[in-house]
Write a protein that binds this ligand. Structure first.
Ligand code: ZN
Length: 166
């Protein structure tokens, strides 16, 4: 059975118990969380996020430059004002460089990826600080939100988040 089929099967029981079909489109807590796509992180459980309350924007590393398109839509069209950035220990982004990944892509797929910045990093706290700085410097992010940006490192060993001061 493919995983997609397993998902569809699980969804059947989810639908039977589902009761929250009347939530508003804008997130009720007016907050966007940018967090790594790592499979070991469950943002809703780890942060107490209720359905309908929060935009959770996920990508490799939880990089804000990659999330900018979504953050703009979140703020401009759906009213979020606060931004929380979460990177984590043992992140896959610590394991490669742009040069290495571009080389692998060229060998396997016979295409150049020199124009793609994969945004790996070697220091988790620095990457959080860099990403806080990125949103603070962005002209596409609301000025009133720039005092409401918080960064954390999530520890995959114990589930704890620790704030990283900008
Ligand atoms: Zn990660």
């Amino acid at each position: 059975m493919s995983q997609a089929v397993a998902f569809a099967k699980s969804n059947e029981s989810y639908v039977k118990a589902f009761t929250q079909g009347d939530l508003a489109l804008p997130p009720s807590k007016a907050v966007a969380v940018v967090v790594c796509m790592d499979a070991r992180i469950d943002p809703a459980a780890a942060l107490g996020i209720d359905l309908g309350s929060t935009h959770v924007i996920r990508n490799a590393g939880g990089r804000t430059s990659d999330a900018l398109r979504s953050l703009i839509i979140s703020q401009q069209l759906l009213g979020t004002r606060e931004i929380v950035i979460i990177h984590h220990t043992d992140c896959g982004m610590l394991t490669f460089t742009d040069v290495e990944l571009r080389d692998k892509i060229h060998k396997e797929l016979y295409v150049h990826a020199d124009h793609i910045a994969f945004l790996p990093f070697s220091d988790i706290e620095k990457s959080v600080r860099d990403d806080i700085a990125f949103v603070k410097a962005s002209p596409y992010i609301l000025e009133e939100s720039k005092s409401k940006i918080t960064g954390y490192v999530y520890d995959v060993k114990n589930g704890k988040i620790t704030e990283v001061k900008a």
